[in-house]
Unconditional design. Structure first.
Length: 260
């Protein structure tokens, strides 16, 4: 008699990679941007007290602003890389979830491990380009989720930071010679006389005022030859967009029928 093993698929597992990367990357950017704003960057930082002996490395003389910019760009390049890895991971998990659900029952050899059984599903997802993977996943969701433009924006920003030291080059711009980073962000606001006023620090409203929240797209626009400057606040919006993408993927996954 054939042995039957039931697998339970959890939507939280789909959201997890994007949530994890967004959380860590935002913490790192917040921590180091704050530390850099307080540090004396007029000279290189001293060696760690535990360092008994090390060689000096002669490099270009940097001003305080040049050193701060170099450190910020290094942190941002790594953060964008990890954010994109998290987004891609959630998308692959969504593909895996949908394909397993569509497969229903899978017959395998009795000596096969669970990892061997699931490997073909994961391999298919890993081989797909991001646009193709996005398309395949959206076909299986209850409602399509849009993120291709935001992903391309992050990819452009990372390439600019990694390969051109944050200077917007020909490879980064569109026909209008601009680099546009588009990200969904959470906007909190109140309405006064039909005009939306976004909440900000030290903003006061009367008791009973209706405060509203919605997701909207924010564009950061940079010209050809301009320095790519992304603040910790800007990155907070970008990290939120990635975490929100994971949440939306999990919410739109096809529902599993209860076991008979």
């Amino acid at each position: 008699m054939a042995q039957v093993i039931n697998l339970t698929l959890h939507p939280d597992g789909v959201a997890a990679p994007a949530h994890r990367s967004a959380t860590i990357c935002r913490e790192v950017v917040d921590l180091y941007f704050d530390a850099l704003s307080r540090a004396d960057l007029s000279r290189p930082p001293p060696a760690q007290e535990s360092a008994f002996f090390r060689f000096d490395i002669n490099g270009p003389e940097l001003t305080q602003e040049q050193r701060r910019g170099a450190h910020e760009r290094w942190v941002l390049a790594k953060a964008f890389q990890d954010l994109m890895r998290g987004v891609r991971g959630s998308l692959e998990e969504a593909y895996f979830f949908i394909e397993l659900l569509n497969a229903g029952k899978v017959k395998v050899q009795t000596n096969a491990t669970l990892e061997e059984v699931l490997a073909p599903f994961r391999t298919k997802a890993q081989k797909l380009s991001f646009p193709d993977l996005m398309t395949r996943v959206n076909q299986g969701l209850e409602k399509p989720v849009s993120f291709a433009e935001a992903y391309r924006s992050m990819q452009s920003a990372r390439n600019c930071l990694e390969h051109r030291d944050g200077i917007v080059g020909r490879q980064d711009v569109d026909v209008s010679e601009t680099l546009k980073i588009s990200v969904p962000r959470l906007k909190a606001f109140v309405e006064r006389s039909g005009i939306e006023i976004e909440l900000h620090k030290n903003f006061y409203v009367e008791a009973g005022t209706l405060m509203q929240v919605r997701v909207e797209t924010r564009d950061l626009v940079f010209q050809l030859g301009e320095q790519l400057r992304i603040s910790a606040s800007d990155f907070d919006d970008i990290a939120f967009a990635c975490a929100n993408f994971g949440t939306m993927l999990a919410q739109q996954l096809p529902k599993m029928s209860p076991a008979p």
